[in-house]
Ligand binder design. Sequence first.
Ligand SMILES: O=C(O)CCCC[C@@H]1SC[C@@H]2NC(=O)N[C@@H]21
Ligand code: NA
Length: 649
Amino acid sequence: MSPSTSIPFSHSSYILIPGTKMDALAQMHFTTIDYVIFALLLASSMGIGLYYALSGGRQRTTQEFLLADRSMSCLPVSLSLIATFQSAVAIVGIPAEIYTHGTQYWFIGCAYILGLFIPAHVFIPVFYRLHLTSAYQYLELRFSKPVRICGTVTFIFQTVIYMAVCMYTPALALNAVTGFNLWGAVLATGLVCTLYTTLGGLKAVIWTDVFQTIVMFAGQLAVIVVGVQQTGGVAEVWRKVSEGNLISGIDLNPDPTVEYTFWTLGVGGVFLMLSLYGVNQAQVQRYLSAKTERDAVMSCYMVFPSLQLALALSCVMGLVMFARYCGEDHFHSLGVISKNEMVLYFVMDMLQGLPGLSGLFISCLFSAALSTISSAFNSLATVTMEDLIKPHCPSMTEARATLLSKGLACSYGLLCLAMAYLTHLMSDSVLQAAFKIFGMVGGPLLGIFSLGLFFPWANSTGALVGLGSGLAMAFWVGIGSIVTSTSGGLAAVSQFNCTAVQLSGNVTTAVGTALISTAMPTATPTRPMGLQRFYSLSFMWYSALNSLTVVITGLGVSFLTGPMKAEEVTPGTLYPLLGNMLFFVPDKLKQKLCCVTPLGHGPTIQECPPAQHERNGQAVYTEGSVEEEERQSFLLTSHTPVVERETAL
Ligand SMILES: O=C(O)CCCC[C@@H]1SC[C@@H]2NC(=O)N[C@@H]21
Ligand code: NA
C-alpha cells in the first residue's frame, strides 16, 4: 500500500481500466428484478404524466399547462421545490466531496436558513402579488422589455447546460457500473421525461417530482443502511471516520481561494441558494402555482427540513463510504480515476448479491435526474412562451399557445439530449460543475433581480450594463480558473488517505492530512499571486461575486445615466428593504425618511379591465384569457389591505 500516492484525477470520467476490480464489477449485470424496478420507475412516471394529460382540464390552456391552474397546495409544491435542485449530481457528487474533503461541505446547511427565509419574505410576496407567469415579466415591469429578454435568454442558457450535466450523470453511472448502454440510458431518460412533461404539464411535473423524491430518499437510505451494516455497525463507522480525521470542525479560514470553508459555504452558499430558490424560473413557477400566497410561503418553509435531510443522507453516504474503504488505498487499486465514480463503485460493492437494491439505487439516481430535468423543460417552455413568443403574437388563440408550449417542451428535451452528448468535458466533480454553472450564470440573474427589488434608483440602462458586466466577470473568472487550472476541483485534488502513521513519539494518529496532488506531479502547491489568486477563487463565491458585480455596476451606470425616481417605478416591483429593516421606526417618519412605497401597493389607478362580453348584465371572463389575467392581477394587487400585509412582511 503506498502511503502517499497521489491520484491525479483526470478530466475524463468513467474509463474502466480492464483487469481492475472495477472492470470485473461492471461485468456484474443487473438481475432481472433490478431492470424491473428501473422499468417500474419509468412506467409510473409516464403513468402520472398520462393521467394529467387526460384528466382535469386536459392541459388545454397555458394556465393549466404552465401553472397547474394556480391550484396547488403547499405539500406537493414543497416536495417539487426540493426535487428540482436535488439531482443525481448531488447524490453522486456530495459523498465524493465528503470522502475527499471531510465534512466541511455539510456547513452548506447553514446557508439554507437565510437561503429560504429571504425567498419566502422578499421574492415570493413581490412575484406572487404581481401575478406573474414568468419571473422575467418582473424585469419588464421594473425596467424594460430588453432587460426582460436578456434575463430570459440568460436563464435559458444556464438551464440547458445544467440539464445536460443532470442527464449525463445518471447515464454515466449506469454505464460505469453495469455496462448498460450509455446512450440507451440517456435516450430512455430523455424521452420518458420529454413525453410526460409534454403531455402532463406542470401538474404532471409536480406530482412526478413528489413520487421521484420519495424514491430518491429511499434509495439513498437503503445504501446507507446496507453500508453501515457491512462496515461493522454505526460505532465502527464512527471510529474509522473520526480516526480518519474526516470530521472537520468549523473552518473559519478567510482565504477565498479555499474551496470549502464555513465562509464559502455558509455565506457564499446563501447567494447560491437565493439564485436558485429566489429568482430561478423553475422555483418561481412553483411558488406561482400555489393556490394562495400563504401556500407559496409555507411551501418555501417546508423545503428546509427536507433539504437538510437530503444533505444529511448524501454526507452520511460519504462517511460510510470512507469507513468502508478506509485503511486501504481502495479506489487506487480499483483504477477509479474520477470522484464521480467512487459512489457508484461503493454502491454496487454494497448492494451486489442483494437483488433489487441496485435497481432501487439506479432508480433513485434516475428519479433525481428526471425530477430535475422535467422541471427544467417545463420552465424553459414557459419562459420561451411567455417572454419570447406571446409578446410578438398577442392574437394567438389559447389552443395554439398551449400546443406551441408542448412543442417547446418537447424540443427542449431533444436539445438537452444533444447537449448531454456534447458534455464530454466533465469536470472532475459533476457537483462542482453544477455549482460553477449556478455561480457563473445564476449569480448575475440574482444580481439583476436584486438591483430591481432593492434599489429604486436603478434604471434599465444600468440593469443591462450590470447584467453584461456580471456575466463578463463570471466568464473571466470561470474560464480563467479552467485555463490556469489552479482552482479546486479540476487540478488540485485533496485526497484523504486514511493510513495510520507513526508520528513523533508513539502517538499514532490516522493521517488526515490532505495530500494535495496536482495534475502536474512535480509542481508543489505554491500560493498563487495576483491574477492567479483571482482565478483560484473558490467556485462557492461565484454567485456572490457575480451578483454583487451586477448590483454595483448597475447602480453606478444608473446614477450616471439619470437615476429613476421612486414615483416612476411600477408599483409593486420594489421591496422596501430599508422600510422593513427599520421596522421599529414609526410609519410616518419612515415615509419621510426613506420615501419608500410600502410593499403591496398594486396599480390602484387602473380600473378593473373591461370584460370580453356581458351575459345578462354580468361581466363574463373566459378562463385563461388576457382579460381574465388582467382582472386577477388587478384584484390581487389592488384589494390587498396593505397595512396588515406589510406587517406580515
Ligand atoms: O443536485 C444538483 O443537481 C445540483 C447540486 C445542488 C444544488 C444546490 S446546493 C444547495 C441546494 N441544496 C440542494 O440540495 N440543491 C441546491
Ligand atoms: Na431532482
